[in-house]
Design a protein around this ligand. Sequence first.
Ligand code: SAM
Length: 251
Amino acid sequence: MGFSAEWLALREPADHAARDAALLAQAAAFGGVIVDLGCGTGSTRRAFGDRGAGAVWRMVDGDAALLRLAGGEGHCLDLNDVAGLPFAGAALVTASALFDLVSADWLDLLVARVVGLRLPVYAALNYDGLMTWNPALPEDAAVVAAFNRHQRGDKGFGPALGPGAVVHLAGRLRAAGYVVTEADSPWRLGPDQAALQAELLGGIAQAAGEAGFAGAEGWREARMAAVDQGICRIGHRDLLAVPPERVVGKG
Ligand SMILES: C[S@@+](CC[C@H](N)C(=O)[O-])C[C@H]1O[C@@H](n2cnc3c(N)ncnc32)[C@H](O)[C@@H]1O
């Protein structure tokens, strides 16, 4: 599915509807300098809306064209250089639809840096491996299994955590003493989001095919034929992790 501005724009309404509202509000309350990792065109900044208006947004992405659309203070960087991420003076680190792309080693390096700086982390819309359609097709389970195998391939950071990203991140941050709150943030796509569904089905089928599921294209065609009738649920999970001394009410 790539990271074109068009794809990011197509998914943004579904992303904004899916984000857990309580975690978003708690994250936005930190204010100050917010470092948005893999910011794309700035979806997290727009999701914060007025609540993030007083913040300084430090936008980090490796794609200069996306970064130009993101607003804020742009940093065109390769996220693989974890030590070089611009965290000086930050109040909050955010990321959306990013951590399922990264490896366990990368995430461990990031956790070490944020924990060292006592920074809260708000990570939204991490794919959790659960996709369902109603009405169902017999091939759905095999497609999801193949797609999830593909999700664990290398997306530029070494073997990706894919659907295991939030479990890994939450575990590491809890082990470091952070207070971690998680919430489901699934896309629920109906006939009114046919264009997003069509792109999504293409991307899922391509990945499932690359991961060895021979019937992927037939499945996509059958799913496309039913796109104006059914509903699909694409599972995501949001996470907010806060150092105990910064939990609201503890001073
Ligand atoms: C799925 S998009 C999410 C964008 C945005 N956070 C959103 O929710 O719309 C992932 C983003 O991570 C960026 N990215 C992926 N690998 C990267 C890397 N190694 N260095 C810097 N940015 C990277 C991509 O350019 C893309 O903008």
